[in-house]
Design a protein around this ligand. Structure first.
Ligand SMILES: Cc1cc2nc3c(=O)[nH]c(=O)nc-3n(C[C@H](O)[C@H](O)[C@H](O)COP(=O)(O)OP(=O)(O)OC[C@H]3O[C@@H](n4cnc5c(N)ncnc54)[C@H](O)[C@@H]3O)c2cc1C
Length: 407
């Protein structure tokens, strides 16, 4: 008998809804992760799945069911920005972390605070593969040096939950940091399995516009004048805010391009289909979510050259709110309150995606593509803010992309 993926995953792959998080492989050794032609991570059958795997995946896989915002105990939920206890801007008070990190180092400083207080024993997240610097791999951090080495965004495929079983076999509590889909998967697994929840006291996430293909990284490298094999170190941004996509070779050559050129001209055009229909690019399932608090405008890009990093911080559960308060009291993080209406100026593309999501889902329905379950995500409220004309354009564009296979 040939090995086959569980029906839930077959349906997820048919609907192009796989996020690539790797949770399926992390739960059942009969499932592995492989790279497709563009370098995205996808599940592959290695054997016969355990009897309960399919039913569990139907509940926890973020290609099958999106974690509902209603799981949060936050007092308020905004139709675009999700559950929130407090809305803040802030930065790490550790100048090196702030400079190295993606925006203001909020996530790295919270991680370091949790390690220093002993609330967690290690952090499970991702970073540059030192052996293959254009690739991204699972990383475990236990001290400040580890956290510094891992700070920053990796705009590339990685499956942070692929090793979950072995991570849980080792003793100690774990902080998990991941994209909204990764964290949503963990939140749903923790709902289904209290033993997992007991080991993972906090989930941190960030706003995410989508995972670009691995090809996107190669395109940046070539634009910088290098061949991918020559690169000995690669970062997408950070080392300033927003910082530069920077490649270095073993013989000391170095080239860089701006965030607008790397994300705007290349990576944003390489994003997988699952991310274009993501109802939760804002990390609504996390205890705390961070993002870029751009001093921007309607463009969604920073309207400045370089500045000291500043994170947008949403505390999304009471526990997450207490964590931010404790990190501030310990002097690890500095924050200021922000009016929630200001977020739209910092993150216009996230608002657009939420507004137009219903039209994209309708396009999937008429083309008979299976869609993930999306309950408890306030999609109706977000949709009411869309104009009929832009919805129609989005619907037709999505149908056209689906039928011509350009997804
Ligand atoms: C694919 C992607 C899309 C993004 N889209 C947006 C967006 O739409 N709007 C926006 O404001 N910001 C976006 N960001 C960046 C995000 O703004 C910053 O990560 C956030 O501001 C937190 O900054 P920080 O300085 O607190 O994080 P840091 O202190 O630098 O910590 C970042 C953490 O994220 C983890 N991480 C990095 N890359 C990945 C990855 N690919 N998968 C899982 N975990 C990862 C790291 O391991 C690290 O723990 C995106 C990042 C990624 C990787």
């Amino acid at each position: 008998m040939t090995a086959a993926l569980p029906p839930t995953l077959q349906r997820v792959l048919k609907g192009k809804s796989c996020a690539g998080c790797g949770l399926c492989a992390g739960l059942d050794p009969a499932i592995g992760m492989t790279r497709d032609a563009k370098g995205w991570k996808r599940p592959v059958a290695l054997g016969t799945p355990a009897p309960g795997t399919d039913a569990l995946l139907a509940k926890v896989c973020p290609g099958a069911t999106i974690s509902p915002w209603t799981l949060s105990d936050a007092p308020e939920t905004h139709p675009f920005w999700g559950p929130h206890v407090r809305v803040l801007t802030g930065n790490s008070t550790d100048a090196e972390i702030r400079h190295t990190a993606s925006s203001g180092g909020a996530l790295s400083s919270l991680a370091l605070h949790l390690l220093r207080t002993g609330a967690v024993n290690r952090v499970l997240h991702v970073g540059m593969n030192p052996e293959k610097p254009l690739e991204t791999l699972i990383t475990r951090s236990a001290d400040r040096d580890d956290i510094l080495a891992t700070a920053g965004s990796r705009y590339a495929p990685v499956s942070p939950l692929e090793t979950l079983r072995t991570e849980l076999e080792a003793p100690g509590n774990i902080l998990f940091i991941g994209k909204p889909c990764d964290v949503g998967a963990m939140r749903q697994l923790m709902q289904a399995d209290p033993a997992v929840a007991a080991r993972i006291p906090y989930l941190l996430s960030f706003f995410c516009a989508g995972t670009p293909s691995q090809d996107g990284t190669d395109r940046i490298v070539r634009k910088l004048g290098f061949e991918p094999e020559e690169v000995a170190h690669f970062r997408y941004r950070g080392d300033g805010w927003p910082g530069f996509a920077t490649a270095e070779t073993a013989d000391g050559r170095r080239a860089r391009i701006s965030y607008a050129a790397s994300w705007g001209d290349i990576l944003s055009k390489e994003v997988q289909f699952r991310c274009k229909i993501c109802p939760d690019g804002v990390g609504g399932a996390a205890d705390v979510a961070a993002a870029d608090a751009w001093y921007g405008g309607e463009t969604g890009y920073p309207e400045f050259e370089e500045a000291d990093g500043r994170s947008l911080i949403l505390t999304r559960t009471r526990k997450g709110d207490a964590l931010v308060a404790a990190a501030e009291a310990a002097g690890a993080l500095s924050t200021e309150p922000l009016a929630i209406g200001e977020i739209r100026l910092m993150q216009p593309s996230q608002a657009n995606r939420r507004r137009l999501l219903a039209s994209r889902l309708a396009a999937m329905a008429v083309t008979l593509m299976p869609r993930p379950n999306m309950q408890g995500l306030h999609l109706g409220e977000a949709r009411r803010q869309a104009r009929a004309r832009e919805e129609a354009k989005s619907f037709v564009g999505t149908v056209r992309r689906i039928v011509t296979g350009r997804i």
